[in-house]
Design a protein around this ligand. Structure first.
Ligand code: ADP
Length: 181
């Protein structure tokens, strides 16, 4: 079991499942959502149309079509509205729901983008801390998913996740041997 943080493009990841920071319609959008739909091809949108949307903080799974990943797990993150609208709780729920769904589909490798910290404006440092803590807490007691990768699209995002992982270890929230970076 491990969490690694890399700089890269999630559409190129050869994971069992990649996560899409979607919107509640699941009908595509900009940012990482647009990139995933472009790379997967039109069959992905056709399957998404059959799903009836998804609530913020929940997750739904489709096939990966032309992507190297077998599955795409779609999760609408919270839009940042100042922090008083359960945004942190909902963001943690996104990561947990995706990992639960991945495990239910026997996915051993899962790649995440930085959910909500783009167009949805969730503060990067806070979002990274929630992501890292939620993933490490999920990984700790079980062995269903062996490898979780945070795929950061730019240096600033990678730095925030590297720091969140270091802070998590420093706070002794997680065993160091359960992670690699
Ligand atoms: P949200 O609406 O949830 O904020 P965005 O797509 O706007 O989602 O941004 C989420 C994160 O995904 C941002 O850090 C953005 O830079 C990043 N991102 C955009 N394209 C890609 C990609 N191809 N691979 C990985 N991350 C990406």
């Amino acid at each position: 079991m491990s969490l690694q943080i890399i700089l890269g493009d999630i559409t190129e990841q050869e994971a069992d499942a990649i996560v899409n920071a979607a919107n509640t319609t699941l009908l595509g959008g900009g940012g990482v959502d647009g990139a995933i739909h472009r790379a997967a091809g039109p069959a992905l949108l056709a399957e998404c149309r059959s799903l009836g949307g998804c609530e913020t903080g929940q997750a739904k799974i489709t096939k990966g079509y032309r992507l190297p990943a077998a599955y795409v797990i779609h999760t609408p993150g919270p839009v940042w509205r100042g922090g008083g609208q359960r945004e942190g709780e909902l963001l943690a729920s996104c990561y947990k729901s995706c990992l639960d769904l991945a495990a239910a589909h026997q996915c051993k490798t899962v790649a995440f983008p930085s959910i909500s910290t783009g167009v949805y404006r969730f503060p990067l440092e806070q979002g990274a801390a929630i992501a890292v803590d939620t993933i490490l807490a999920w990984l700790a007691p079980q062995d269903d998913v062996h490898q979780v990768t945070m795929v950061c699209f730019d240096e600033k995002t990678k730095k925030a996740y590297d720091e969140a992982l270091a802070n998590s270890f420093a706070a002794n929230k997680s065993k160091p041997e359960s992670s690699a970076c």
